[in-house]
Design a binder for this molecule. Structure first.
Ligand code: EPU
Length: 338
């Protein structure tokens, strides 16, 4: 394990590119190094910021807590039965190359989650999802180490308490565990899921059928058109969650705004498209200081250069206030704040 010089600059380690520094960054590549660190009372402060790709974070200018950077690598077929391939990946593996590797092996299931930034270990924390598929749909189990006790524990699907962009690792257990390995269950009878509007259209254009690899390519094309590449312009993907509202609230919004984009959920509630709400509130492509809402996807907050967390939070509040005033709906930010 390498401990950093104090203070450690984190600006290049968060995809929003916010100016940020931490008291201490610990980088590890071996599980034994992490275990050793967990056993050291001098180093062991909770909660700690566990850093994957830094793609779902709003980092403050100075982070006094320890920052732990997960450098565990490796991927393998853990086991196979008649129904599925169980594929294990170490937490530090970059997500998109891992997805591409599974597809190259002929194992479908992760194709809709192509091109999502970040690491394998970060993926379950927010239950990443796109184009109708979420991690929870392909999840078998994960292993994590408790930062205080060094206990290694397996979390099953039920243990993770997955919900829309949420898990136990963002709630009761936040900052307590380092996820070290995730196992995915990739079903042998997998059927690709292409019913998300943009994907069907893109697949028709590609004319490559609807194999997992073709769907992956369609997803990549759609994402590249709409979402800014963090290497070019700082962002953390969708900045707000799509709000879930009761049928009554949906009716109220619909009465005033017949064009509202909404999806009926099985439980009778409705998910509203936050990007649509933000666009209607006039924020698409609009800036506040060095930050703004992206011109091609209003749900994505972008850093035009030199921003700090305070700039991001000012824009978050301004957008929330305008959407609340116009629609009576409070948007909830998605990234984790440190
Ligand atoms: N829309 C607008 N204006 C906008 C943006 C969107 O009217 O500026 C409308 C679109 O026309 C569409 C609807 O809103 O009818 C939904 O838009 P889109 O398909 O782009 O998806 P989203 O709901 O905005 C969610 C996820 C994305 C994920 C896509 C595709 C959340 C918070 N975001 O976005 O996830 O890639 O669906 O599944 O659920 C992320 O979490 O970082 C992320 C990018």
């Amino acid at each position: 394990m390498s401990a950093s010089i104090n203070p450690f600059n984190l600006t290049a380690m968060n995809t929003l590119g916010l100016q940020s520094a931490a008291a201490r960054v610990l980088h590890f590549t071996q599980l034994a190094q992490l275990a050793q660190w967990c056993a050291d009372p001098e180093l062991n402060h909770l909660p700690s910021l566990v850093l994957g790709g830094g793609s779902n974070l709003v980092m403050s200018e100075y982070i006094a807590n320890n920052v732990i950077q997960v450098g565990l690598l490796g991927k393998r077929l853990a086991r196979e039965d008649d129904t599925a391939w169980y594929v294990a990946a170490a937490a530090g593996e970059p997500w998109h190359p891992f997805v591409q590797w599974t597809l190259a092996q002929g194992w479908g299931g992760l194709e809709n989650l192509s091109l999502i930034p970040g690491t394998v270990g970060a993926a379950p924390v927010q239950n990443i999802g796109a184009y109708g598929v979420e991690i929870k749909d392909v999840f078998e189990q994960l292993t994590a180490m408790h930062l205080k006790t060094g206990e290694q524990r397996v979390f099953t699907l039920a243990d993770c308490q997955f919900a829309y962009r949420d898990s136990v690792f963002k709630q009761a257990e936040a900052g307590q565990w380092v996820i070290t390995e995730v196992i995915f269950r990739l079903a042998k009878n997998h059927q690709t899921q292409t019913n998300y509007g943009d994907i069907e259209r893109e697949l028709a254009l590609l004319n490559l059928g609807s194999t997992p690899s073709a769907v992956s390519q369609a997803v990549i094309n759609v994402r590249q058109r709409k979402l800014p590449d963090p290497a070019q312009i700082g962002n953390a993907g969708s900045y707000f969650k799509n709000p879930i509202v009761s049928a009554a609230i949906h009716q109220q919004v619909l009465a005033k705004h017949p064009n509202v984009v909404a999806y009926a959920l099985p439980d009778g509630q409705f998910k509203l498209a936050a990007g649509w709400l933000i666009e209607q509130a006039g924020w698409k492509g609009k800036r506040l200081g060095p930050v703004g809402m992206y011109e091609k996807q209003a749900l994505v907050l972008v850093n035009h250069g030199g921003a700090t967390a305070a700039d991001v939070l000012a824009l978050e509040r301004a957008v929330q206030a305008d959407v609340l005033a116009q629609f009576g709906v409070l948007l909830e930010a998605e990234p984790v704040k440190w």
